[in-house]
Design a protein around this ligand. Structure first.
Ligand SMILES: Cc1ncc(COP(=O)(O)O)c(C=O)c1O
Length: 347
C-alpha cells in the first residue's frame, strides 16, 4: 500500500506548506467556542443548525449536504463506500488525474481499490481524453479537484460534465472543491443535472478552521446515502458544529482573507517574473513554482529562517517545484524576501 507521509509537525515558524489560513479563524469563532457550556460538551452533538447554515451558504437544501470531520473524512468515506472489493466481484477502480491531492491514492489503497493514475499533460492542461480512455466497467470513483492541488490550475466544468456523462452508471464523480472560495466558482448548481457527482467542501482553508476539522459533501440524497453509512454518526464534534456557524456568519472576515490571497498571488507572480521562475496561475490560496535544481536548497534555506514551504518535486509533473501558501500579504512578503535572497545569492 502506498504510505501517506504526514508533513512533520512544524509549529515554531511560518507555516506556508499546508495551504492553511495563516491569519486564523474569525474572532467570532473563538467567542462561540468560549461560550460553549459544560452540558453541550457532555452531550452528543446536535447537527441540524450547522447543517442548515452550511446548506444555506452553499445554496442547497439540508438533505443535499452531509457534514464530515474535515473533507478528509468525506474522501475516505467515499473510498470505503465505493472502492471495497466485494467477494466474487472485480476490484473497483479509482481514476486520479495527476498531480493530485495524495489522500486520493492513499484512501484508494486503504479501501482495497485499484488506483488508475492519469499522467499530466504539458502545463497541467486537463487530460480529458486520457481520463475517458482510462474508464472501464470497473471504474467506481473519478477523483477530480477544482482548482487542483498542488497546481492551483482549474479543472474545466465542461470536462467534469463530459466525464459524468461517460462513466458507468454506478460510478461516482467526486469534485473536490477545497479551494472553491478562492476561485469563485462551484459545480454545485450543476448537481441537479448530474446525480452521479458529489462535491466536497472544507472550512479549513478560506474560513481558517483546519484545527476544528469540518467539511461537507454535497450531492443528491441517493448519492450521499451510501457514503454517509461510512461516516461515524457523531464524527463532527460540538466545537466544530458551533464554530462553523460563527465562521459563516462573519462574511467580512472571509472577504478580507480572500483579498489578501489575491494580492499575495500577484506578489508571488511578480517575484517569479523578476527571478525568471516558471509558475502556474492559481485559483487557490497557494502557488506552485518551479525552482528547478535549487528546490531542495530553497526549501532548506527557508526552513532555517523559520519559513516552511512544501517540496512537491516527487509529484507527477512537478519535478523541481515548491508549493507555497499565498494568504496573509505580510507572510507572503517574508517568503518572497527569502526566495529572492536564496535564489539571487548564487547567480
Ligand atoms: C484538495 C484537498 N481536499 C481536501 C483537503 C482536506 O481538507 P480538510 O482539512 O477539510 O480535511 C485538502 C487539504 O489540504 C485538499 O488540499
Amino acid at each position: 500500500m502506498s504510505q501517506y507521509l504526514k508533513p512533520p509537525e512544524l509549529y515554531d515558524g511560518l507555516r506556508l506548506h499546508q495551504n492553511e489560513n495563516t491569519g486564523g479563524c474569525s474572532p467570532r469563532v473563538l467567542e462561540a467556542l468560549a461560550s460553549l457550556r459544560a452540558d453541550q460538551i457532555g452531550f452528543y452533538p446536535p447537527y441540524s443548525a450547522a447543517v442548515e447554515a452550511c446548506a444555506r451558504y452553499l445554496g442547497v437544501t439540508p438533505e443535499h449536504l452531509a457534514l464530515t470531520n474535515g473533507l478528509d473524512e468525506g474522501i475516505m468515506a467515499i473510498a470505503v463506500a465505493h472502492l471495497r472489493p466485494l467477494p466474487g466481484d472485480l476490484v473497483p477502480e479509482a481514476i486520479v488525474p495527476e498531480p493530485a491531492f495524495e489522500i486520493f491514492r492513499f484512501d484508494t489503497a486503504v479501501a482495497g481499490g485499484r488506483l488508475v493514475q492519469v499522467m499530466p499533460k504539458a502545463d497541467f492542461a486537463f487530460p480529458l481524453d486520457e481520463v475517458l480512455a482510462a474508464v472501464t466497467p470497473r471504474t467506481r470513483v473519478v477523483y477530480l479537484t477544482n482548482p487542483n492541488n498542488p497546481t492551483g490550475v482549474a479543472t474545466p466544468f465542461g470536462a467534469i460534465r463530459t466525464i459524468a456523462r461517460r462513466v458507468p452508471k454506478e460510478t461516482l464523480v467526486f469534485v473536490d472543491e477545497a479551494y472553491a472560495e478562492f476561485a469563485g466558482e462551484t459545480f454545485i448548481p450543476d448537481l441537479a443535472a448530474f446525480p452521479n457527482v458529489v462535491v466536497g467542501r472544507t472550512f479549513s482553508k478560506a474560513f481558517g478552521l483546519a484545527g476544528l476539522r469540518i467539511g461537507c459533501l454535497v450531492g443528491a440524497p441517493e448519492a450521499l446515502e451510501p457514503i454517509q453509512q461510512a461516516v461515524p454518526v457523531y464524527s463532527v464534534n460540538i466545537a466544530a458544529a458551533v464554530g462553523v456557524q460563527a465562521a459563516l456568519a462573519d462574511t467580512a472576515h472571509l472577504q478580507r482573507y480572500l483579498r489578501q490571497v489575491a494580492e499575495s498571488k500577484t506578489l508571488v507572480y511578480r517575484a517569479c517574473d523578476r527571478l525568471g521562475l516558471k509558475y502556474w496561475m492559481s485559483g487557490a490560496n497557494f502557488v506552485l513554482v518551479r525552482a528547478g535544481d535549487r528546490t531542495a536548497e530553497l526549501v532548506q534555506a527557508a526552513a532555517e529562517r523559520g519559513i516552511y514551504i512544501r517540496d512537491r518535486s516527487t509529484e507527477p509533473g512537478c519535478a523541481g517545484c515548491i508549493r507555497v501558501s499565498t494568504g496573509i500579504v505580510e507572510h507572503t512578503r517574508r517568503f518572497i524576501e527569502v526566495m529572492e535572497e536564496v535564489l539571487c545569492a548564487a547567480e
